[in-house]
Design a protein around this ligand. Structure first.
Ligand SMILES: *Cc1c(COP(=O)(O)O)cnc(C)c1O
Length: 427
């Protein structure tokens, strides 16, 4: 479900017409629907309610402090992957008892920062990290809690760049040797292994990887307990897919049906780290057409959002639905299936102003004719949009607006030219 809908041929976010927001805040503009976001968070909380999970929002997905605070106030904790993300989690009101920390390359300073804040546990991804954490904990006079992040070595399940549980990626501990490693950690004075973690990759559109991962996980938990570890947590990570094209994603209940019984069997507390599922379809990117042109047998729609605003198409060949915000009378209505051949449309490449041939939001896309000045909406842009944005080509990062019913608030202002050069030294 999302609360972006056409009313009288004008795209609205909840009760706010997008052209009004583009007018007020300029473009490119990320627009988020508060009630869509909370609805998706609640879907996960409800589906997994029988095991009272700790839902740790994956902060990297969309790190705006206002969105994080909103989720915290509605019961979420945070999954962080860097000291900067931990800083944001705390800034959003988060406290250690709802924070977990992942990542293959945590520095001593990051480990110390997590320890100081008494986070639930570190998702540890290598032997080196475990012993470094032990040293840091010792010097801080603390004992660190750890979930071993294992790479369960499953068949490929998503784009090669976002699959984290196949052999040969950098993530996690090798499932074939994790027990030998765990044995060496049994009597560590400053590290306690309290959980098992796996994050399988993203986006995942089937329950099968979770089923397979769980099976391996349950087996490991049993063996870890036999070694003398008190395993209290099973962390199944994030990865739940969303509807980018049509209705391809599964509801949270489908994942719960597989995961909940496994967690009960393991007698563990469940931790989840959803990101995309919560914010992905809670956001759109609104842009304005600057020019159109025909060249080399192609039709180009050049608009003011670019790869620096939304890099997913460039990086992962991702599909985002794109449609005019206010299609003129007589133009086709937004289709159910954006990939079908549609009368009244023409195949267009939707590109931005950045000096890269890889700068596009869509290629060979059926779009109604649009003109200079028209607004476009790129859907499902709430996750890994602003989060992965940059200043490439010295472009100013977009503004972000949060809509709640008929109210809208700026939650990040558009950058200025001064922002661009502020950290640079005058020498
Ligand atoms: C990125 C990430 C997630 C979130 O993935 P989504 O697909 O956005 O749910 C969760 N856990 C870890 C460790 C991650 O790196």
């Amino acid at each position: 479900m999302d609360l972006f809908s056409y009313r009288n041929r004008i795209l609205h976010c909840e009760d706010v017409a997008l052209p009004a927001l583009a007018e007020a805040y300029g473009t490119p503009l990320f627009v988020y629907s508060q009630n869509t976001l909370l609805h998706h968070l609640r879907q996960i909380q409800t589906a997994f309610a029988p095991v009272q999970p700790l839902v740790c929002y994956s902060l990297k997905t969309n790190p705006n402090v206002n969105l994080c605070r909103l989720m915290y106030e509605h019961g979420a904790g945070f999954d962080v992957t860097s000291a900067g993300e931990l800083y944001r989690a705390l800034k959003a009101g988060g406290t250690g008892h709802r924070i977990v920390f992942a990542g293959v390359g945590k520095t001593d300073a990051e480990l110390r920062y997590g320890l100081e804040n008494d986070i639930v546990f570190f998702n540890v991804e290598s032997e080196g990290e475990l012993f470094a954490l032990g040293d840091v904990a010792k010097s801080a006079g603390k004992t660190a809690r750890v979930a071993l992040r294992v790479n369960p070595d499953l068949p490929p399940k998503t784009h090669a760049k976002t699959d984290t549980s196949v052999k040969g990626v950098k993530f996690g501990l090798d499932i074939d040797t994790v027990l030998e490693f765990a044995q060496r950690a049994v009597d560590h004075e400053h590290v306690r292994v309290v959980g098992l973690h796996m994050h399988l990759g993203s986006p995942i559109l089937s329950v099968e990887p979770y089923r397979q991962g769980l099976e391996k996980g349950l087996n490991l938990i049993e063996k870890l307990r036999q070694q003398g570890h008190h395993i209290e947590y099973l962390n199944m990570g994030g990865g739940f897919g969303i509807n980018y094209k049509k209705q391809e994603a599964l509801p949270a209940t489908a994942f719960a049906e597989v995961i909940v019984p496994g967690v009960q069997k393991a007698r563990c507390k469940l931790v989840l780290e959803p990101g995309r599922f919560i914010v992905g379809n809670a956001g759109v990117l609104v842009s304005r057409v600057i020019y159109t042109k025909d060249s080399g047998g192609k039709h180009f729609v050049i608009q003011d959002a670019a790869m620096n605003d939304l890099i997913r198409p460039t990086l992962y060949d991702s599909f985002h639905r794109i449609w005019p915000v206010a299609p003129a009378p007589g133009l086709p209505a937004p289709p159910e299936d954006y990939e079908a051949d549609m009368p009244g449309t023409r195949l267009s490449d939707v590109v931005g102003p950045v000096c890269e041939s890889g700068d596009y939001l869509a290629k060979h896309r059926a779009l109604p004719p649009v003109e200079r000045g028209d607004l476009l909406a790129t859907f499902s842009a709430g996750a890994y949009g602003m989060a992965m944005s940059s200043n490439y080509n010295s472009r100013l990062r977009a503004a972000e607006v949060l809509v709640d019913g008929a109210k809208h608030r700026l939650i990040r202002r558009r950058e200025t030219f001064e922002d661009l050069v502020r950290p640079e030294m005058e020498i």
